[in-house]
Write a protein that binds this ligand. Structure first.
Ligand code: ADP
Ligand code: MG
Ligand code: ZN
Length: 487
């Protein structure tokens, strides 16, 4: 029996998401990421004595959006707490956070793995402020400190230990990220650290229910690192149990180069943060109307969108997932669909195909996002309709598409079709003339075809298409060819 079936992993994730508010959590300083070091600071976020923090209302609205989107209970009255510790980049000596009374609690999200749904519980979501940044890159001996990040608002989303594989952990993290992005409250950027994750991991003998001792891997900053670090930690713990030893609680560091986890602190060495209620802030009070208003403002979320694409548009699950994976792509797709004169399933599927192939290709090749793409949704809708009507074939469609992009939205599909003379040749007698010409030039192949070598049909079609400069309607070409060859 190998380790992967001998032990069952149990995983709980703590996700920190930086909120896209304009100003910091408790002062009016800007949250702009690109400002020069130490330019977005004031006595409040630096923690000068005697100053008073004031809660940013936008932060409350943002966390309520997340709480409601993840089916949380909302606490009517919650408080802030001070989390005390010393660190050079924490000039205040404490972080304002929520401890015993998180504003959102007892929620859940449904994830899907290969079509099977699983519910992951959300223990709590609370507000806190970020600390500053120590910079070690400029010299071997000096550390520089940038306080711009002090007081930038974060929310922390803590899951129940309901996750039982790296696949589930990844899916859950991706879904949480999608919800944050759909809500417009976080940019989802793990590399830049605006979304960070700690993973709590334990293992237990498969078939048992009692939880094993967990360890906590800190500061994972990419999907790959989350998966690899959990995998490494499961292996490390399996070896400990196999050797008859016990896993001890540790916070762990993950080394991405070596793909190993190593202990940082034990429980005994763990920080005692001496949490106590923040005396300078009043209760956060949330009322029914506020919750109702936010519920009504909530955009259609990722999983709802997938369901709508499948049930209303008749898209395959695969298409629905690819198109909705990025909200701006989904918005573009929705606009294309609503520009179709008749939103029939086959046209919607064609629109989806164009987006999944050509649109995504152009975005990747040019490293642009869809808002910078100059192809307007109605133009793509028209292109889909024109191809469907048989006026041009798919290859000509690609040419039109590329020209739509190059012209930067200044040309309409019909202009390009006329300009480049791309209209499909659907006149039977003209096609018949070409077919006749090709067949008389290919006597030997015609003989072989008649003796049963039917796969030569592709050869004839190819020749006819070439002769017509790619414009002959392939359906009519096939019909006429078969007729002529059976004469
Ligand atoms: P702390 O603040 O010390 O990290 P929390 O109670 O906030 O403690 O728990 C942190 C995370 O640990 C949660 O996501 C929870 O689901 C997870 N967790 C708790 N027990 C276990 C366990 N035995 N195995 C794996 N994860 C666990
Ligand atoms: Mg923790
Ligand atoms: Zn400030």
């Amino acid at each position: 029996m190998n380790n992967s079936s001998k032990y069952e992993p149990v995983i709980g994730l703590e996700i920190h998401a930086q909120m896209l508010t304009n100003s910091k959590a408790f002062c009016k300083c800007s949250t702009d990421f690109n400002s020069p070091a130490n330019s977005n600071v004031c006595p409040v976020c630096l923690g000068h004595p005697g100053v008073l923090p004031v809660l940013n209302e936008e932060l409350v609205n943002f966390i309520l959006k997340m709480g409601i989107a993840t089916n949380c209970h909302i606490r009517e009255r919650s408080i802030f707490a001070r989390k005390n510790y010393f660190y050079p980049d924490l000039s205040k000596g404490y972080q304002i956070s929520q401890f015993e009374t998180p504003i959102c609690y007892n929620g859940k999200v449904n994830i899907r793995i290969n079509g099977t749904a699983k519910t992951i519980g959300i223990t709590r979501i609370h507000m806190e402020e970020d600390a500053g940044k120590s910079i070690h890159d400029f010299s071997d001996n000096d550390t520089l400190i940038d306080f711009n990040r002090c007081g930038v608002p974060l929310i922390e989303i803590v899951s129940e230990p309901d996750i039982n594989s790296t696949t589930e952990a990844l899916q859950y993290l991706q879904d949480i990220r999608q919800i944050l992005i759909y809500l417009g409250i976080n940019d989802g950027n793990m590399e830049e650290g605006s979304l960070r994750c700690d993973a709590n991991v334990s293992i237990r003998p498969t078939g048992t229910t009692e939880l094993g001792t967990r360890t906590e891997i800190k500061n994972l900053n990419s999907f790959k690192n989350v998966v690899d670090a959990i995998e490494a930690e499961i292996n490390r713990q399996s070896k400990i149990l196999d050797a008859g030893n016990k896993v001890n609680y540790h916070t762990m560091n993950y080394n991405a180069k070596e793909k190993t986890t190593t202990p940082m602190r034990t429980k005994e060495e763990a920080h005692d943060y001496r949490y106590f209620p923040e005396p300078d802030l009043v209760y956060v009070v949330v009322n029914e109307q506020q919750i109702e208003r936010i519920k009504n403002e909530l955009p259609e979320l990722h999983d709802k969108k997938i369901q709508r694409y499948i049930s209303d548009y008749g898209l395959p699950v695969y298409d629905a997932e690819v198109i909705s994976a990025d909200k701006s792509i989904a918005d573009f797709f929705d606009k294309v669909v609503s520009s179709l004169k008749k939103p029939e399933t086959k046209l919607i599927k064609q629109a989806s195909n164009w987006i999944m192939t050509e649109v995504l290709r152009i975005l990747n090749e040019n490293k642009i996002n869809i808002d910078e793409l100059k192809i307007l949704p109605p133009s793509l809708a028209t292109l889909v309709e024109i191809i469907d009507s048989g006026q041009i074939n798919h290859n000509a469609g690609k040419e039109v598409f590329n020209e739509l992009y190059k012209s930067g939205g200044t040309k309409a599909p019909v202009d390009i079709i006329n300009e480049r003379n791309l209209s499909q040749l659907s006149d039977s007698s003209e096609i018949e003339t070409i077919v006749q010409k090709i067949l008389s030039e290919s006597q030997a192949e015609v003989e072989r075809f008649k003796e049963g070598e039917t796969k030569l049909r592709g050869f004839f079609v190819g020749k006819v298409m070439k002769e017509s400069k790619g414009k002959a309607n392939p359906k009519i070409v096939n019909e006429i060819l078969l007729k002529k060859l059976s004469e």
